[in-house]
Design a protein around this ligand. Structure first.
Ligand code: ATP
Length: 487
């Protein structure tokens, strides 16, 4: 594993590249930047859209048991009382009395554990934690506030900003819910919550779906949308922001825990297939981690996280929760609406259980960047070396699929043929037209944004309708006919 400093250096490089190459910009930076909020630029917005589309195709379009939805961000406030978010949705926080700064103690401890891993094996680390703090895992969130505080004090955790000794307060819970007001009068009556997750509207619409579609259990509802959390420690680029996008699915199954747990396991495999074969992340950087009993959210009776090996350590990319029938039962109770499913075959009525695969879109964009970004040392003809920056996006995720280069800008016939190819090919794929600079420089520009193929139109193209296609990864070039490309 890379050391903490080199891993953050690697992240800095990718962030700097992302900003320079039209992927991601700091939001409102002309006013000094609203910290940790990011805008997706021309290429970044395409990568994000391509990920969202690939996910939609795999989970919604290619399945006949999952229905797509697109629901509103602001909901009736009772929704969040019923779901338990108003009373329960929070993180632990701790203050440094010396500076007045606030931190998430679980994250500070995770960083400290990461440091200890430099010199201790996982087995020795667990032994140390069991002997010193009486805990049996390396998931601080599950230890509870008292043990976390004992660890913070026992291991002399410093303030991560000042790097100096801190004067820690007790650990408290802090709500992550953000609110706003509707209408001209601000007050409790007009207060609404910004949704902290996209899934509750899939539950509140459950009856509408049953009444208006032919959905039969098991079936799922999927959507992509914005969620908002007042994170105490946003950061690490797109990893933790206060406004982010989720791609959630609620998959309704019979109210039998045995069937539900089997489905939970099946969704584990389906999720892994998605990461390995649709998003094509390096399988060595993907793992599944089961939640400890004390770590489970208020609604969940079994949860696993799919984690990605970020440059610093394994962190969550996707949640996969078995939520029982907590949500539908709560909404039934709070709204008085009957949320039971009537099984047409058995005649039984029941409130179904649900499996929730919850994917973070913004985190996926970041993982894809990190996974695909490469700096390759290549040998030049004169024996010297050069560094080629190349983003090896899978074809489906690349913002630009083909770059079209007329060899000579001044040659009108070449320009016309190239423009014609652009016009035809861009009906199907995102293409870029570049007629300036030498071909080598144009290749490099495309490598840096991850374009899989560059197409060069030259003199021969005018004679026999063939062009040169250059592969981003192998850098090999071959001649193909324009007709075969347009197929
Ligand atoms: P974490 O423990 O990292 O705060 P979580 O367990 O609270 O995440 P979930 O509530 O399971 O996250 O949300 C589902 C997914 O939404 C996460 O796996 C992640 O990909 C994404 N997500 C959650 N919070 C954020 C955030 N603040 N910024 C970006 N993505 C997020």
């Amino acid at each position: 594993m890379a050391s903490a400093s080199s891993s953050h250096f690697w992240l800095d490089i990718v962030v700097a590249r992302a900003k320079r190459k039209w992927f991601v910009y700091p939001w409102s930076d002309i006013y000094g930047w609203l910290a940790n909020s990011w805008d997706y630029g021309p290429y970044g917005s395409l990568v994000k859209k391509n990920i969202a589309d690939a996910r939609w195709q795999y989970f919604v379009q290619e399945r006949d048991d999952i229905y797509g939805m697109d629901t509103a961000i602001l909901a009736h406030p009772r929704t969040w009382e019923a779901s338990g978010h108003v009373s329960n949705f929070g993180d632990f926080l701790i203050d440094d009395k010396k500076t007045g700064q606030r931190f998430r103690p679980d994250k500070l401890i995770e960083d400290d554990l990461e440091q200890k891993r430099q010199s201790l094996s996982e087995e020795d680390l667990l032994k140390f934690l069991a002997q010193t703090y009486g805990v049996e895992n390396t998931v601080p969130e599950s230890w509870g506030p008292d043990v976390m505080l004992a660890y913070m004090k026992g291991e002399s955790i410093k303030n991560p900003d000042t790097k100096k000794d801190a004067e820690w307060t007790d650990i408290r819970k802090f709500t992550l819910m953000l609110s706003t007001h509707l209408g001209p009068i601000e007050g409790d009556a007009s207060k609404v919550w910004m949704r902290p997750e996209t899934c509750q509207s899939l539950f509140t619409n459950f009856k509408n779906i049953l009444n208006t579609t032919r959905a039969r259990i098991p079936f799922g509802l999927a959507q992509i949308g914005k969620a908002f959390r007042n994170e105490i420690t946003p950061g690490q680029f797109l990893y933790r922001t206060r406004e982010f996008e989720q791609m959630e699915i609620e998959y309704f199954v019979p109210n039998d825990p045995e069937i539900a747990l089997k489905s939970h396991q099946e969704w584990r495999d389906i999720s892994l297939y998605f990461w390995h074969h649709i998003i094509k992340l390096n399988p060595d950087r993907i793992r599944v981690r089961e939640h400890e009993q004390d770590e489970l959210s208020h609604y969940s009776s079994a949860t696993m996280d799919v984690e990605y090996l970020y440059p610093w350590w394994w962190w969550e990319l996707q949640g996969l929760a078995y939520r029982g029938n907590f949500d539908l039962t709560q909404h039934q109770q709070f709204s008085g609406t009957d949320m039971q499913y009537h099984d047409p075959k058995t005649g039984k009525r029941y409130v179904p259980h649900v499996i929730e695969p919850s994917f973070g879109l913004s985190r996926t964009v970041m993982a894809v960047f990190l996974d695909c970004y490469d700096e390759e040392v290549i040998e030049k003809n004169d024996g010297s070396t050069d560094t080629r920056v190349v983003i090896r996006f899978p074809f489906a995720l690349a913002p630009v699929k083909y770059a079209i280069f007329p060899l000579m800008e001044k040659d009108e016939a070449m320009m016309t043929l190239a423009r014609d190819l652009f016009k035809k090919l861009s009906k199907k794929y995102y293409c870029e037209f570049d007629s300036s600079g030498n071909i080598g420089k144009r290749y490099r520009r495309q490598d840096e944004i991850g374009t899989p193929y560059c197409l060069t139109i030259d003199h021969q193209s005018l004679e026999d309708g063939t062009i040169t296609i250059r592969d981003r990864d192998t850098m090999k070039q071959e001649r193909i006919s324009i007709d075969s490309l347009l197929g």
